[in-house]
Design a protein around this ligand. Structure first.
Ligand code: ASP
Ligand code: MG
Length: 405
């Protein structure tokens, strides 16, 4: 019994039947004595279609109009959802992001939430109505409609749960929870019953596609309990919560992989103070987000610096890197876009030695070469050749005992 924010993703509201079954689901949740606030995504692949439509019409695609267009997807879904609820005698009102009190900055297509003032949502709840809020949207401080970005509905739901003081935020998707690894790669992957914010954040940062990383960050900062579960069953999913200090931690909770990055190497870089600062400052100024960085031990006063960047920024990074390399007197820049990052994640790593060793031995046993390594307190990541990534994930999942017995 309590106040629940329930977010339904695109697949969950993908067609009229699905919308009606979500309404049934809400009806049962209410019968069980809960108050519900709904957040909906655009139906099916509608956001993709709207983006394509804009591309077909325009080459300039002004941000303000893009956001007006994209948020229409969620707006359609929320109105239809309210109609389905009315048919079940559940009074419901739809709210755009602006009406729901989402104030954002003006960064179109990737707006950040500045404040949530859910007065109208609260008032609807107080009069026994079900608020249905359009996901991933808000209004900027200069009164324009804004879109929070891809996957932004998860963030809408978490932020609303926090602002309303909800007991939990349920993220309904097309999978039954968070898995020990991608079940498409390793069919024996298991659903995780409970995971900490820190671990899930590391997972979403290294290739686990759902929930959206920003929403996990928001949930962690504000302590919003998440329940990631399937819209197609009543089965419990994965609870995401604070780590309990007295709980026995699994050493490794999950294995992830990410093929969205490419590797760049600037070679023959003079090994002097200020060079790395200059390289990464110029990349940052070109708007390029760098992930892993490795600098070699220098020999004869020169060294190599390698780093990874998202595929879509590789061309820009190569041209920035190219001119930089000449200016600083380096010998050259090369790139490799056929790489993958495989990671093992687990809070138990803090207190158990040997995780890195086991990871490297496992990769060695399958003859997979490690190109780069990085670590955090609860993660070890290796860059390997992209065509060996699935094999590496399968072997790691097995060697850390995550496969079902
Ligand atoms: N419909 C938007 C998208 O696909 C927002 C969301 O679903 O979170 O990115
Ligand atoms: Mg989505």
């Amino acid at each position: 019994m309590g106040l629940l924010v329930q977010k339904f993703g695109g697949t969950a509201v993908g067609d009229p039947d699905r919308i009606r079954s979500v309404a049934e689901h809400v009806s049962r949740t209410v019968r069980h004595g809960n108050q519900v606030v709904l957040v909906v995504s655009a139906m099916g692949k509608e956001t993709d279609s709207l983006l394509r439509l804009a591309e077909d019409v325009s080459s300039t695609r002004p941000g303000r109009e893009m956001d007006m267009l994209i948020t229409a997807g969620e707006r359609k879904a929320m109105a239809l959802m309210c109609m389905a609820l009315h048919d079940l005698d559940l009074p419901a009102d739809s709210f755009t992001g602006s009406q729901a009190g989402f104030v954002t900055d003006g960064e179109h297509q990737n707006a950040r939430i500045l404040e949530v003032r859910p007065d109208r949502v609260q008032a609807a709840l107080d009069t026994g109505r079900i608020p249905v809020v359009g996901g991933s949207q808000g209004v900027s401080t200069d009164h324009n409609v804004t879109f929070l970005g891809r996957g932004g509905s998860d963030t809408t739901a978490v932020a609303l749960a926090h602002a309303l003081g909800a007991d939990a935020c349920e993220l309904y998707t097309d999978v039954t929870g968070v898995f020990t690894t991608d079940p498409r790669v390793v069919p024996t992957a298991k659903r995780i019953d409970r995971i900490s914010f820190d671990e899930l954040l590391e997972m979403t940062a290294t290739g686990c596609p759902k929930p959206a990383m920003r929403s996990v960050e928001y949930a962690r900062t504000h302590g919003v309990r998440l329940h990631v579960r399937s819209a197609f069953t009543w089965q419990e999913g994965t609870w995401v919560d604070e780590e309990e200090p007295d709980m026995e931690q699994a050493i490794i909770s999950a294995v992830t992989h990410d093929t969205s990055e490419a590797k760049m190497t600037i070679s023959g870089v003079p090994d002097q103070p200020g060079i790395a600062a200059r390289v990464f400052r110029e990349l940052a100024e070109a708007g390029i987000n760098v992930d892993m960085i490795v600098q070699n031990v220098s020999t004869e006063g020169v060294t190599d610096i390698s780093f990874t960047v998202p595929h879509e920024y590789l061309d820009r990074a190569m041209s920035t890197g190219g001119s930089l390399s000449t200016e600083i007197g380096a010998t050259g820049v090369v790139s490799d876009d056929a790489i993958a990052k495989v990671s093992v994640i687990g809070a138990g790593m803090r207190t158990n030695p040997g995780v890195a060793a086991t990871m490297f031995e496992t990769l060695a046993d399958c003859g997979v070469n490690i190109q780069m390594i990085s670590t955090s307190a609860i993660r070890v990541s290796c860059v390997v050749s992209e065509d060996r990534a699935e094999e590496a994930v399968t072997a790691l999942h097995e060697s850390f005992g995550l496969s079902g017995d």
